[in-house]
Design a protein around this ligand. Structure first.
Ligand code: UDP
Ligand code: MG
Length: 314
């Protein structure tokens, strides 16, 4: 009998970073949902180097509930790395990743499992109206517009890291060895039968967002520079445009020379300066883009692990 029919093993992967104020409450919500289901659940909490009492709260949960496994990373590696650690540890037939802060409603879990049983390998939850700040909403909308315009991989706006993956899909994801992990892009790139499950995001249970502006920018950079070569093409097109302008300029200067007009050739210092400044600005930007790709390649070839595991508690 296939695992879709027999006693199904379902894993939850939940990355946590400084969430002592929420883990207890969101665990209770999850427990209520999974206790009502006939499947074998394991909850993998991945502590991403929290500095507060998160680990103690998680360990207390693990003592109370033997379905809870706590994976402690050696430091803060970031949300995507923590998710990767959880996906690597998960053994189940269907693996659901979700946030610890209550913004990903556990009430969707039964529906996700049902869709998996209907044969879907990727069950992607899509946030309809965002509960976050309007700044987050705006930057997120702009980000998805850009990334979908410049990358060959189509990404669903509002599709955060709340999704269920079949064993086959998890194994496929694990076989993708990129260091810079933008999981929602990797999942789209991977293919398989996928389905979108819309939901209304709820407010954070407590505490503040752990995604600082810096972390958001880094995630966006990871997405752009590992899913698109368009920044390099921008450089190439700028080069072609400048060459064309130079050719026009040559014709223009030559016309003065033909007329024997040497006076008109002398002025033009300011326009010359203008061209030099623009051209060097474009060159520097393009060099910067190339530099970022080289940096990414450098980090990739070092083949460092995406995270280090410090301790596993069951
Ligand atoms: N998180 C993490 N490592 C980090 C930042 C965040 O593991 O460096 C976790 C966090 O605890 C939460 C999830 O990732 O469970 C999503 O983070 P958050 O709710 O702060 O992001 P937002 O919902 O504001 O985008
Ligand atoms: Mg959140």
């Amino acid at each position: 009998m296939s695992p879709r029919k027999s006693k199904l093993r379902v894993d939850l992967v939940i990355p946590v970073y400084n969430e002592e104020g929420v883990v207890e409450q969101t665990y209770e919500e999850i427990r209520k949902v999974i206790d009502a289901l006939p499947y074998k659940f394991t909850i993998y909490y991945v502590d991403d180097g929290s500095e507060d009492g998160t680990v103690a709260s998680l360990n207390a949960l693990a003592r109370r509930d033997k379905r809870v496994v706590v994976l402690e990373l050696s430091r803060n590696f970031g949300h995507q790395a923590a998710l990767t650690a959880g996906l690597d540890a998960a053994q189940g037939d269907f693996v659901i990743s979700m946030d610890a802060d209550g913004q990903h409603p556990p009430s969707l879990i039964p529906q996700m499992i049902e869709l998996f049983q209907q044969g879907y390998d990727v069950v992607q939850a899509q946030r309809l109206d965002e509960g976050g700040t309007s700044f987050k909403r705006l930057t997120s909308a702009a980000f998805y517009r850009i990334i979908n315009a410049i990358s060959g991989t189509q990404m669903v706006p509002g599709a955060a890291d709340f999704r269920g993956l079949s064993r086959q899909a998890v194994d496929a994801l694990k076989s993708m060895p990129e260091y810079h992990r933008f999981l929602r892009g990797m999942v789209s790139a991977m293919g398989y039968n996928s389905v979108i499950l819309p939901y209304h995001e709820t407010r954070r249970v407590a505490g503040r967002s752990k995604y600082s502006l810096g972390k958001m920018v880094r995630l966006a950079m990871d997405a752009i520079f590992s899913f698109s070569l368009v920044p390099l093409y921008i450089g190439m097109s700028a080069g072609v445009i400048f060459l064309c302008l130079a050719a026009l300029e040559m014709v223009y200067v030559y016309s003065f020379w033909l007329k024997g007009d040497t006076v008109s050739l002398a002025p033009g210092w300011s326009s010359l300066m203008f061209v030099i400044l623009i051209a060097s600005g474009v060159i520097l930007i393009v060099l910067g883009f190339i530099g970022v790709y080289i940096g990414y390649i450098f980090q990739q070839v070092k083949q460092r692990p995406v995270y280090h595991l410090k301790k596993r508690t069951e």
